[in-house]
Design a protein around this ligand. Structure first.
Ligand code: AMP
Length: 569
């Protein structure tokens, strides 16, 4: 399939952001592809060329693209730089300049295929020199028309302007192949690789199997209000300390060991002591746990641990801040896939496994069976006394559900503060909420700049009925007319007159939100796991939480509270 056809689809879906429309458009593309093309397209749609744990970087800045453009457009790089500042988006900028300069304007039969472009992007990534990268881009642009140039630019520099959500891509694959979407999702969550998923589905392989050295998407914990509700949901369960560190999934086969973060990145290089420990054993295994560091009996604040991530400091920090791992799950052992076994069995296998080994830094997570509220409350208090964030209670008969947040695991944490935010738009939901608000884009107010900045996308805390009712309440507008600083485009903009009170787990730095981003090097403050507590009918748009309040909330997060897991994991 020609790359131009993909660009035309991108153009259409940029004008109609409804999820159903996008799924239909993409499914129509997929139906015409072979497995290899489907694989390439799937990466391109999410703005990538490989899964996150392979970390293949293009290594192209907007500066390099300007160098290439300066040759293609025969204009000085300085003047282009000025012009790009005015345009903001690299794609629109390339589009206009290629059109003005009449670079291949009538070339509507461009021969580049999706696979060609995908392979060229890999070539750019493999190329070591900047000059080499620039030459490939020049070569590509000279074979493209302005629309293709626009999307090539976005693919290289401004990926977020292109990317379609993973769930939408998976649904389109399912639709194109006539396969149940839950099957496609399950395959994806087991291998965390959208290209591999597409390829398998297109080859007709719908079996569920893990692939060692491809991280299994982590199972996530739900949250309910209190311990009583947990017991109501789970009955007799297994309560564990909720350690405050970062999640790691260790894969070992033979001598090879890889460690993955919650965000599916390969973090092996940052945890040499853990690698060393696993090297002592002969088994092939996938173990999951929380990496923490205790110095003088106290957990080291998360930000300190994160510093280890800085490549060149690994050795220095390994000595200064030794880490350990509290293992809480085992998903694979010597050829046997364990993730679908009931939790109770996995726990037994895990504790047996760890008991037998002589591991220095891998501990079994602390936990006990709880049958009622008072037992759970006692264990919760014990966890807090031990400096934990809280507890996670796990259903005894539940399988490990990759990538899913459900009531198989429920967390109970210390109560956090709430904030009030202005709703400026919404995204359509799923299932019954397909045509209704499913998540809301929420902002806080910067008094200095007289500007609203986004801080959360919230989709929980209200029942489906309550979400449905919001549709009548919200008045749709074509674009936001308040001073709004956002990197997120909701499906529908609304009149900014609804204030919601939000509860959350903690505040983290995020590349998608804009709250106080000038203060934090471009990343904004974001609420982690926001939930709607109530609609504040008594509040107007001027009475929402301010950016300076957000900054002090962020800075005052306690030592034991995770302050940046999202950024790390
Ligand atoms: P949260 O990030 O608040 O949703 O809580 C879930 C996270 O808690 C997991 O992703 C793990 O990183 C972490 N965690 C700490 N201790 C445990 C445990 N015993 N079992 C499962 N997850 C844990």
């Amino acid at each position: 399939m020609r790359f131009l056809e993909l660009c035309e689809t991108f153009e259409r879906i940029s004008k109609n952001r409804s999820r159903i429309y996008i799924t239909n458009e993409l499914a129509a593309l997929y139906t015409r592809l072979n497995p290899e093309e489907a694989r390439a397209l799937s990466y391109l749609l999410i703005g990538e060329i490989s899964p996150p744990f392979r970390a293949i970087e293009l290594g192209v800045s907007s500066n390099l693209i300007l160098q290439a453009l300066s040759t293609v457009l025969a204009r000085s790089k300085d003047s282009l730089e000025q012009s790009l500042k005015r345009w903001g988006d690299i794609g629109d900028f390339i589009h206009v300049h290629m059109r003005e300069r009449k670079i291949n304007p009538l070339m509507n039969n461009s021969e580049l295929s999706i696979l060609d472009v995908y392979n060229y992007l890999h070539k750019i990534a493999r190329e070591n020199t900047q000059r080499g990268k620039v030459d490939i881009i020049i070569n590509l642009l000279l074979r493209m028309n302005e629309l293709e140039g626009k999307y090539l630019g976005r693919m290289i520099v401004n990926k977020t302007r292109i990317s379609v959500g993973v769930a939408t891509v998976l649904d389109s694959i399912a639709q194109a192949r006539g396969v149940d979407r839950e099957i496609v999702r399950t395959i994806y969550y087991l291998v965390s690789d959208i290209g591999l998923t597409a390829e398998r589905v297109f080859l007709g392989d719908l079996s569920y199997k893990i692939q060692i050295f491809n991280p299994i998407s982590p199972a996530l914990a739900e949250r309910v209000g209190n311990s009583e509700q947990i017991i109501e949901k789970i009955g007799k369960g297994f309560a564990e300390y909720k350690y405050d560190g970062f999640r790691a999934q260790v894969h070992k086969r033979g001598r090879e060991i890889r460690i993955f973060s919650r965000r599916l990145e390969d973090i092996t290089g940052f945890l040499p002591e853990i690698v060393e420990d696993f090297q002592r054993i002969s088994n092939d295994v996938i173990v999951e746990g929380e990496i923490v560091s205790i110095v003088d009996g106290k957990p080291v604040p998360f930000q300190e641990l994160i510093k280890r991530k800085r490549k060149y400091d690994v050795l220095k920090y390994s000595n200064m801040i030794p880490v350990r791992m509290y293992a809480f799950d085992i998903l694979y052992l010597d050829g046997v896939e364990l993730y679908s076994e009931p939790f109770q069995n996995r726990r037994e296998v895990l504790s047996e496994f760890l008991r037998e080994k002589d591991l220095e830094r891998i501990y079994l997570s602390e936990g006990m069976v709880v049958e009622n509220k008072s037992q759970l409350d006692i264990f919760f208090n014990k966890a807090l006394d031990a400096g934990m964030e809280g507890v996670i209670v796990k259903r005894l008969d539940s399988p490990y559900t990759p990538g899913q947040r459900n009531h198989n695991w429920i967390k109970l944490k210390r109560i956090s503060d709430t904030i009030d935010g202005l709703v400026v738009g919404y995204f359509y939901g799923q299932g019954r909420l397909r045509d209704y608000p499913g998540s809301l884009l929420v902002c806080v107010y910067d008094e200095e700049l007289d500007e609203y900045q986004t801080v959360a996308k919230v989709s929980s805390g209200l029942s489906e009925e309550e979400f449905m009712k919001l549709k009548d309440r919200f008045v749709e507008i074509s674009s936001p007319y308040i001073n709004l600083n956002t990197r997120i485009q909701p499906d529908v903009w609304i009149e900014p007159n609804t204030v919601v009170e939000l509860n959350y787990d903690n505040i983290t730095l995020s590349p998608t939100h804009t709250c106080a981003s000038s203060e934090f090097g471009g990343r904004g403050l974001a609420l982690r796991f926001p939930r709607i507590v109530q609609i504040r009918e008594d509040k107007s748009m001027r009475e929402v939480t301010t950016v300076s309040e957000m900054i002090s909330l962020y800075r005052s997060q306690g030592e034991n509270q995770s302050t940046g897991t999202e950024g790390m994991e």
